[in-house]
Design a protein around this ligand. Sequence first.
Ligand SMILES: [Zn+2]
Length: 327
Amino acid sequence: MKPLAFPNGRRFAFTIMDDTDVATVANIGPIYRLLADIGMRTTKTVWPVDCPEGSKNFSSSSTLEDPKYLDFVLALERAGFEIAYHGATMESSRRERTARAIDKFLNLFQTPPRVYANHGYNRENLYWGADRIDIALLKSLYRRLNGECPDYYQGHRPGSPWWWGDIASAHISYIRNLTFDEIDIRQVNPTMPYRDPWRSLVPWWFSASDAEDVRAFNSLLRVENQDRLERQGGICIVATHLGKGFVANGAVVPDTERLLRRLASQPGWFVPVGPLLDWLIEQGVAGPLPASEWLRMQWRWCADLVARQSRLRLARLSRRQADRRAS
Ligand SMILES: [Zn+2]
């Protein structure tokens, strides 16, 4: 693998892509204040428009239609954070709502959302669900595990009411696909960002380190992982939800603050996702994904997914047992 010469003698790169699920000014304000204080500039996704039909899992989230939240996001952008796109809103959007959301984004930020991540079970997601991968066996395993119908996600299918692939092509440069239980994403996907001829509506794809919530984030950023990231001259883009448990009683939880301050004191390069991927292209490490690398990535992704789901089931089981003992 080609070693990277990071700008200004930095020895690794670290950033965060914060999916906006359940985020409000109250539950993410303190963590963004901390990131700004310690000199990290990261990427925050947004939902431009409200979801008047309601949402079972995400109704507590704010969108850019909330004036206080919009002010907060605009201030983040002025402070050097990157604002990215997580779909029009928290539930599925037909083409008309997606077009309205992209127009609103353009008007507010005077620039298109260059970076995008699909959200949950939104039907307009691009190449999502089992369409994230190509190995037939893994696709059917994934569908069975998730109870997913074929063709459920249709953002990339012309003629569908959920189609917006042409709008994505016009505005989005980078889209996230597979995420892994690995702090140094170059170990899994050294050719990054990469082009994918079977998913060509968006020019570049990238991978990320998976951390669903604060517990997973703290585990990913444990000291030995930080040290390994630096030793390997690696790259970490954490895919997480900063609205999920990072703030309690108006302050960042102490373990997370300690780990982030430690990481910020190391010789890392802390820029948002878009500029980091632009730089990787300039370094000549991006390109078409070699077939062997893509094959390894798909198997590793499925293995990590199964391990993650098993851990979740075990945690739920032990919580239930603890509740039973307490009652
Ligand atoms: Zn999401």
